[in-house]
Design a protein around this ligand. Structure first.
Ligand SMILES: CC(=O)[C@@H](O)[C@H](O)COP(=O)(O)O
Ligand SMILES: NCC(=O)COP(=O)(O)O
Length: 246
């Protein structure tokens, strides 16, 4: 069994649902099937434009998660936009602060803490005072980990797109080393490390071998694409197998 938790991001289930007014596929049913198959948590990123997860999904998922003690609900978003309202209302296990603009195509960079650290600090403290763990979405820069710790974060989430796109290419080793160094720098100062973005069945085992200290991976796009072919249960079990092989 892997030491790392798998949190399934179900944004893309909502994306398909939103193209009709029929309520299918259901995000709560998707979450239930993933949890039944052994996923350790569920992640959503309710963007202000509600292109996939809608505000109304969040309390429904929070209520569902109460039936799964020990499993984690992670809400991602920008705390200067709509995220803090969700945190105050449903108090998830974890929130991940992401510096996306309102119309961002998808997340594509981590925080610049020189610029935003001081305005994040009170929001981090507020979330923690509500019992919510705070993770900061960060680029894989070892020298930025101390600043994440200094503003009060419990964890960082390393933005893994560059890992996924370098995987198996000439840049493979250089980028692996960059992630390993960032994860080690965080662990050395007792800052928990999560990771996510474009992780898949192809690159997940290699990622966790390079960064064994990672506490949680959140995976959505590739996992839901696999689930269209294999079903949620077989897909989740296969991701857990990839993690166990690391
Ligand atoms: C924070 C992050 O890494 C994202 O992967 C995100 O949650 C995905 O967002 P979309 O599903 O809207 O692309
Ligand atoms: N935090 C990353 C996440 O939740 C899912 O990212 P992706 O697998 O959809 O790229």
């Amino acid at each position: 069994m892997s030491k790392t938790a798998l949190s399934v991001n179900i944004n893309k289930v909502a994306l398909v649902r939103n193209t009709r007014h029929l309520g299918i596929p259901s995000v709560t049913r998707a979450a239930t099937l993933c949890l039944e198959a052994g996923a350790h948590g569920i992640t959503v990123h309710p963007r202000p434009d509600e292109r996939h997860i809608r505000a109304a999904d969040v309390p429904e998922l929070a209520a569902l998660m109460k039936n799964w003690p020990g499993r984690e609900f992670n809400i991602e978003g920008n705390p200067f936009q709509n995220l803090m309202g969700f945190i105050r209302d449903v108090r998830p296990t974890q929130c991940t602060f992401v510096p996306d603009s309102e119309d961002q195509f998808t997340s594509d960079h981590g925080w610049d803490l020189d610029k935003d650290g001081e305005r994040l600090r009170p929001l981090i403290r507020e979330a923690q005072s509500l019992g919510v763990r705070v993770s900061l979405f960060m680029d894989p820069q070892a020298d930025a980990m101390a600043a994440a710790k200094a503003v009060g974060a419990d964890r960082v989430e390393l933005y893994t797109e560059s890992f996924a796109s370098a995987f198996g290419t000439a840049r493979n080793d250089e980028v692996f080393a960059q992630f390993a160094q960032a994860a080690q720098a965080a662990a050395a100062i007792d800052l928990g490390v999560n990771a996510g973005h474009d992780l898949s069945r192809d690159n997940l085992t290699a990622f966790l071998r390079a960064c064994p200290a990672v506490r949680e991976v959140s995976i959505g796009h590739a996992l839901i694409a696999d689930a269209l072919e294999l079903g949620y249960a077989a897909t989740v079990r296969d991701y857990l197998r990839c993690m166990a092989e690391a």
